[in-house]
Design a binder for this molecule. Structure first.
Ligand code: ADP
Ligand code: MG
Length: 431
């Protein structure tokens, strides 16, 4: 409390009241070299962690004369870790995030196959698909899905190990060094369920592949469930022993694709609900449209929006949202070119890209041209004269006229707006 009071003197009253005041110090679990604080939700947690951990650590040192490790976390995460430490023989599950559940996972066309596969494995461990291999791009929910199954198993009293390849490797090295390999093997071979994340990192690491192979064989032989994730199909992971690769494909290989617009909207709504953030539908649509596919990025934006609005005492409206997202968008779009945009529009409307930039006046072409101009203006930093030149128009007034027209349509024609949002979505997710 004294430390937080000290901090209060150094920051604004608003920041203190919005964030720091919500921290709860755990008197029981904290020790002379570890100070544990709880944040009420993930947004406050991220904000404080990024901005204040260093400061709090420093103030602790001033107050107590000790260098203290400051840990800020969500309450339920620590509770789970505490449990683990008491029953030491039980395999670890400390890294399972309790909010990674099936209920919190929004299902759409892009992920329903993987979802269904993980769900059925969670209902019949070891009996349906073993191993289950999930692959897909960054931030598409692989870890979330895998841990959802882990949480179900935990609730059924099964021993679950969740680990990344990196941790598995570190653990291995530590046991080799301490000459305690039998306990390493016992730990990984005695569990009921083994969840290994990001197995693409096994690539070109022969020693650990060998060890992993034997772990795999032992578990599989005993009918224990194994779930694996990677950023690509087993066949595409280079530097992987043939026998491992083929075993990864033994059960079921399921992919996760980037979410479609509706799924993104559902995810945003869910995250708002979980984190108690209120956003209007037009803002939700906007975020879903402009953010590509990475769901982790969407979460970052929600947290940024929330934090800014709290700090600056501003209602989150569309203009504010656009403002906050500007930097983010510029980064995402740095590599979008006029060609990629017109090509996508052409493909979508089934015409040739060269036709869009021709002088053709058929209805279809005019429509495609207008949409391309609008999207090029929205998604790149080209000036109106530059666009005029690209589209072969006399001068920038034709461009500005087109953009005005499209803006009007966007306002008055719901179907058209949806169409444009979908197109934007497509274009930004391929870049
Ligand atoms: P990956 O492991 O594929 O890189 P994660 O599982 O870590 O991705 O997901 C990134 C973030 O996005 C997580 O916070 C996760 O909860 C969230 N997320 C991803 N997909 C969904 C979804 N379909 N529904 C709800 N949240 C999702
Ligand atoms: Mg992951």
């Amino acid at each position: 409390q004294e430390v937080l009071e000290l901090l209060r003197e150094e920051i604004t009253e608003l920041q203190y009241n919005r964030y720091i005041k919500q921290l709860v110090y755990d008197v029981k679990k904290s020790t002379s070299d570890m100070a544990i604080f709880y944040a009420p939700n993930a947004l406050v947690l991220n904000w404080i962690k990024n901005k204040y951990t260093e400061k709090i650590t420093h103030l602790f040192e001033i107050k107590s004369g000790n260098k203290v490790n400051v840990k800020i976390t969500l309450k339920n995460l620590v509770a789970q870790k505490g449990k683990k430490q008491k029953s030491d023989q039980k395999p670890q599950h400390s890294l399972l995030n309790p909010s990674h559940t099936f209920d919190n996972f929004m299902v759409g066309g892009s992920n329903q196959f993987a979802y269904a596969a993980v769900k059925s494995v969670s209902e019949a461990a070891g009996e349906v698909y073993n191993p289950l291999f999930i692959y897909g791009g960054v931030g598409l929910g692989k870890t979330h899905l895998m841990q959802s199954a882990g949480n179900v198993f935990l609730n059924h009293g099964k021993s679950v190990i969740y680990t990344s390849v990196e941790q598995f490797l570190n653990d291995f090295i530590r046991h080799v060094r301490n000459k305690t390999m039998p306990s390493f093997q016992e730990k990984y071979r005695k569990c009921d369920v083994l969840l290994i994340d990001d197995v693409q990192f096994l690539s070109n690491k022969e020693g650990i592949q060998e060890e992993f192979f034997h772990t795999f064989e032992a578990l599989k032989g005993a009918g224990k469930q194994i779930i694996l994730t990677a950023d690509k199909h087993p066949k595409k992971i280079g530097g992987l022993e043939k026998r491992l690769q083929s075993r990864f494909e033994w059960g079921l290989v399921a992919d996760i694709q980037p979410p479609e617009l509706e799924t993104k909207i559902a995810i945003i709504k869910k995250k708002c609900e979980i984190n108690k953030v209120k956003l209007s539908n037009d803002i939700i649509n906007y975020i879903a449209t402009v953010i590509e596919s990475n769901v982790r990025e969407i979460e970052g934006i929600l947290s940024k929006l929330h934090a800014y609005s709290q700090l600056m005492h501003i209602e989150i409206d569309l203009a504010f949202t656009k403002n906050v997202l500007r930097d983010q968008l510029q980064e995402n779009r740095a590599n979008l070119t006029l060609d990629t945009i017109t090509n996508s529009v052409a493909k979508d409307l089934n015409i040739k890209p060269t036709e869009i930039r021709s002088k053709g006046r058929s209805r279809n072409l005019v429509y495609a041209r207008r949409v391309s101009i609008y999207l090029c203006r929205e998604l790149t930093h080209n000036t109106m004269p530059q666009l005029a030149q690209y589209f072969g128009m006399k001068d920038h007034t034709a461009i500005s006229h087109t953009i005005k027209k499209i803006n009007e349509l966007m306002k008055n024609d719901e179907d058209f707006r949806v169409k444009i949002e979908e197109l934007t979505n497509k274009i930004t997710s391929v870049s």
